[in-house]
Ligand binder design. Structure first.
Ligand SMILES: O=c1ccn([C@@H]2O[C@H](COP(=O)(O)OP(=O)(O)O[C@H]3O[C@H](CO)[C@@H](O)[C@H](O)[C@H]3O)[C@@H](O)[C@H]2O)c(=O)[nH]1
Ligand SMILES: [Mn+2]
Length: 694
């Protein structure tokens, strides 16, 4: 009876699907009308600015269309680990943890990841944990040994009392007084001892790191390989723990994280060779010990398992708070895109927090970005209520921009390679799935070209009085009075009339060119759909939506642009691939700003100057247009209102940049030098742009 019950279920919300598809049809019709409008005008009066803005509109529409694949059939999954076969029938798992830089990746956190992996709720003889240390640091090896020593007490403690997290840091942070009072004295005693041991561990780790041989750390790029089994004398309740530092030589390309994973793949093949692999970044605590059992709900199902390559969990973060102005949560990716991809053929690998079938890899990690799906492998996305893994997210502008530039570069390099999903067609992939892949791979290029277009072309034309959007005929304010002639005094000196006189302003506009409706429909439709998705379907707030919208604009002119450039230069052989690991060390001052929702503009000039430049160009265009509208007689408003609105909208959305430039005077505001440099860029753009376009 038990056996026939399903191990996992799939749900699709039909209301969401109906709304998504109806919106898709309406928005698509509006885009077709826009194309018709542009083409018919363009053939009559071909001009360069019209062509450029049309290209921007087409590229953005293409990107929108590709992303619709993720709205086509979003699905959610539930698992029933209690229905799994008994422990002795479960398959074995190898856990891979990668660390690269002891300066950027705090050792206490890395060791918490290691301990939490060792303490996972899985038969210990079927669990093997491999730690890859790309820095080849002797200190890290010693720390792993300390962590192991602690874990030999910690794991039995967790098992004995059924502790619901295998991560000591989370456990000691969250242990609640009320629960504690209910516990018996034996538990209290053990808990006290554990706490003490944990404090000792932290102290030891700190000492090791402080006294580490600095000379060794300079050898991070040049060292022989070290493989050390930490628990040479196996203990019953403990899984295998292995430290691996692959050989690195300056003359050999080491392929960063993918290279490290490939070494772990080979080392583990010689030692445990488990059929399943869990990949974790060094900061990703296994906060819920049951993730392996949850993933096995798919792999132990004889129907799904044969073609299932990996089970992806979302990346979640333990340091998200307040406004989350840098969208550290990466909400859209894990709440919209991945469930969307799951419904049409499977999510792609997010780089961490996934269980992989060894067989699907064919001995190599790096030839994934979509060949697996093309060969007919499937993947599933599991987003349980309780976070399975918790890592650290970027919480300042600089780190966020570096990280996104790296991601954008990675995506763009797929987009411009022969693996571009649109070219490297489907073998076993559906069209919608392929669109999802293309949406990701082409995102950087489509986004940066179109958004630079929207940020500059209409503004340059506005500055020079060239209309790009349909006219609005009447656009004026009417003041009106209303009141009945009743003059009997109510009180001394107050007549009813004077009370009832209403003074009001009404805004009246009449659209003379019906095409104006096409543009306003597209604008309103995009805004309302994204608002609906952020607030209704994914439970965000209005400010969440504002943050995401603003960040999308900001990242287009910085990260997407640099990422695309990086990929192109790389392809042309003019630049080497690079991977700057994200800094996971937190700085109190920066965290305070992040918590308050204040932008920290102490970022590399290359990430701030484009933002300021866009603001300056938009301001100049808008101010000039206003002055002209006041001076030049009739007709100016009607023609220019679309462009004026666009500039106004860009300025309002990015008010935080204006604030950082002229209002805030604190240390983290935009330095005058950056503003001046951007002013030079702006003047340059205005002159050259005006000369070319107008
Ligand atoms: O040469 C390297 C560089 C990095 N890493 C490790 O790779 C992981 C991810 O690096 P991190 O700097 O934390 O990058 P993030 O920006 O946080 O990572 C995201 O983006 C990466 C791809 O850009 C993915 O690989 C990650 O899984 C994903 O979490 C970390 O554990 C690093 O220690 C290595 O092992 N070797
Ligand atoms: Mn990371």
């Amino acid at each position: 009876m038990e056996k026939s019950l399903p191990l996992h279920l799939l749900h699709a919300n039909s209301l969401t699907i109906i709304i998504n598809r109806s919106h898709l049809i309406l928005h698509f019709i509006a885009i077709l009308l826009l194309i018709h409008y542009r083409l018919s005008f363009f053939f009559q009066h071909p001009t360069l600015p019209w062509l450029l803005i049309f290209v921007s509109e087409l590229l953005l529409s293409l990107s929108w269309l590709l992303w619709q694949s993720t709205r086509w059939r979003p699905v959610y999954r539930t698992v029933f680990p209690e229905r799994l076969p008994p422990n002795d029938e479960l398959p074995a798992i190898d856990v891979f943890i990668c660390t690269a830089d002891p300066n950027k990746e705090p050792t206490v956190e890395v060791m918490n990841t290691v301990i939490s992996a060792v303490a996972m709720d899985y038969p210990p003889e079927k669990l093997h944990v491999y730690v890859s240390d790309d820095a080849g640091s002797d200190a890290t090896l010693r720390c792993v040994k300390e962590a192991w020593n602690f874990a030999t007490y910690w794991v039995p403690f967790c098992r004995k009392y059924g502790i619901d997290t295998g991560c000591p840091e989370i456990y000691f942070l969250n242990s609640r007084v009320e629960d504690y009072e209910l516990k018996d004295s034996e538990f209290k005693q053990d808990d006290g001892k554990m706490k003490q041991k944990y404090e000792v561990l932290k102290q030891r780790l700190k000492t090791i790191v402080q006294h580490r041989d600095v000379a060794l750390s300079t050898n991070a790029r040049d060292h022989p390989s070290i493989i050390e089994v930490i628990n040479e004398h196996p203990k019953e309740e403990m899984p295998l723990l292995v430290y691996v530092s692959r050989e690195k030589r300056p003359s050999h390309h080491h392929s960063f994280k993918a290279g490290a994973l490939n070494v772990l793949l080979r080392v583990s093949a010689m030692m445990s060779n488990s059929p399943y692999i869990l990949v974790l970044d060094c900061d990703m605590y296994c906060s819920d010990p049951t993730s392996a059992r949850q993933a096995m709900c798919f792999y132990c199902d004889p129907q799904t398992s044969p073609s299932l390559a990996f089970v992806q969990f979302p990346q979640m973060f333990r340091n998200i708070c307040g406004d989350d102005i840098y969208d550290g949560e990466i909400r859209a990716t894990f709440k919209i895109y991945w469930p969307g991809l799951d419904g049409v053929g499977g999510p792609i690998i997010a780089g961490t927090n996934f269980y992989m079938k060894r067989e699907a890899l064919l001995g190599n990690f790096s030839k994934q970005g979509f060949t697996l799906h093309r060969k007919g492998w499937k993947s599933v996305y599991l987003y349980p209520k309780r976070p399975q893994f918790l890592g650290t997210s970027t919480t300042n502008l600089n780190e966020m921009s570096i990280q996104w530039t790296r991601w954008m570069s990675g995506l763009a390099s797929v987009g411009i390679s022969r693996f571009c999903p649109l070219i490297y067609g489907p073998l076993n992939m559906s069209l919608v799935h392929l669109m999802g892949y293309s949406a990701l791979a082409l995102e950087p290029l489509l986004q940066c070209i179109s958004l630079w277009g929207f940020a500059l072309i209409p503004q340059l034309c506005l500055f020079n009085g060239i209309p790009l959007y349909p006219k609005v005929k009447y656009w004026h304010l009417i003041q009106f009075f209303r009141g009945d002639n009743v003059d009997e005094p109510l009180f001394v000196g107050v007549t009813e009339r004077s009370l009832r006189v209403r003074m009001g302003w009404s805004l009246q506009f009449k659209v003379s060119d019906p095409s104006f409706y096409i543009f306003s429909t597209i604008f309103v439709s995009s805004i309302s759909k994204s608002l609906y998705e952020t607030v209704v379907t994914t439970g965000g707030e209005f400010r969440t939506w504002r943050n995401e919208w603003r960040l999308w604009m900001m990242k287009s002119v910085t990260c997407a642009t640099y990422g695309s450039l990086d990929a192109v230069l790389n392809k042309l052989g003019m630049k080497d691939a690079s991977f700057l690991p994200t800094n996971k060390v937190t700085d109190d001052e920066q965290v305070k700003l992040y918590e308050k929702g204040v932008f920290d503009f102490r970022a590399a000039t290359m990430f701030v100057a484009p933002l300021v430049t866009v603001i300056l160009v938009n301001t100049a265009a808008l101010v000039r247009a206003f002055v002209k509208a006041l001076v030049v007689a009739d007709g100016y408003w009607e023609q220019m209102v679309g462009q004026m609105f666009l500039s106004f909208y860009i300025l309002v959305s990015n008010y935080a940049v204006i604030e950082g430039m002229v209002i805030r005077g604190d240390k983290a505001s935009i330095p005058l030098s950056v503003t001046l440099l951007s002013a030079v860029f702006s003047v340059f753009i205005m002159f050259i742009g005006s000369a070319m376009l107008c």
